[in-house]
Design a protein around this ligand. Structure first.
Ligand code: ADP
Ligand code: NI
Length: 211
């Protein structure tokens, strides 16, 4: 397995993305997934591979055709990954994504590891930055106190939602801490969750322009 080659192909897929889905996100998730996998006794290579491929077919990048994993399969075929491993990876990828109240707990340990790693990159300082990058790229306003957050949307409502970036904190980011599936993930999430809350508190305190 030529990991360097796969990583350069991944960088090519995400080239130029400024919506929070850049290659750096994928590489961080792969690193986190490997670290968590070692702590949890999961299959590190499988976690690394699934993490590297987890966003290459994302609906926000590719549009439509969700769950087909076309690009992930093509990349794996090019690297002569066996059919069984390909199916395991596709299964992991299908189970990791956040879909509001329709999100699932991955059935395998490796799925749990990759899901935790992906979600950890959506909270903490990087998570704050990614949320505003996403909001800007999609023309969302940062905050509007007149638009209330909707924290319990199902998959359809979550995907159709066009709310503010601050609402996204209440609709997704603040929920992630309690959704961690591994012990290592929970430990890392605790400080990142606290950071998110502190950020929000400061943001809202500054919002009115009072001194
Ligand atoms: P996942 O990889 O769990 O499916 P997404 O692809 O939904 O996560 O999100 C990728 C990044 O974009 C995350 O950092 C997420 O917080 C951010 N993001 C997604 N939707 C929104 C939104 N409506 N407003 C702000 N940020 C968003
Ligand atoms: Ni991701």
């Amino acid at each position: 397995m030529d990991w360097n080659q796969l990583e350069s192909e991944i960088k090519e897929v995400f080239r130029g993305d400024a919506s929070g889905h850049d290659a750096a996100h994928t590489l961080r998730v792969a690193n986190l997934a490997r670290a968590i996998a070692r702590e949890e006794g999961a299959d590190e290579e499988l976690c690394r591979l699934a993490a590297l491929l987890h966003d290459v077919d994302d609906w926000k990048l590719v549009g439509g055709a969700m769950g087909q994993s076309t690009r992930a399969r093509a990349l794996m075929a090019r690297h002569h990954i066996g059919k069984d491993t390909q199916e395991q990876v596709v299964g992991i990828i299908a189970s990791v994504s956040f879909k509001g109240t329709d999100s699932v707990v991955p059935p395998t340990l490796e799925g749990k590891v990759v899901q935790d790693a992906d979600r950890l990159d959506a909270i903490g300082a990087i998570g704050v930055a990614r949320a505003f990058a996403y909001g800007g790229a999609h023309g969302r306003v940062m905050y509007d106190p007149e638009i209330p957050p909707r924290p319990d949307m199902d998959e359809k409502a979550y995907m159709a939602n066009r709310g503010t970036t601050i609402n996204h904190f209440y609709e997704k980011l603040l929920l992630l801490g309690d959704m961690m599936q591994t012990a290592a993930g929970k430990t890392i999430a605790a400080s990142r969750h606290a950071y998110l809350k502190a950020f929000l508190e400061e943001f809202l305190a500054e919002w009115q322009g009072n001194r």
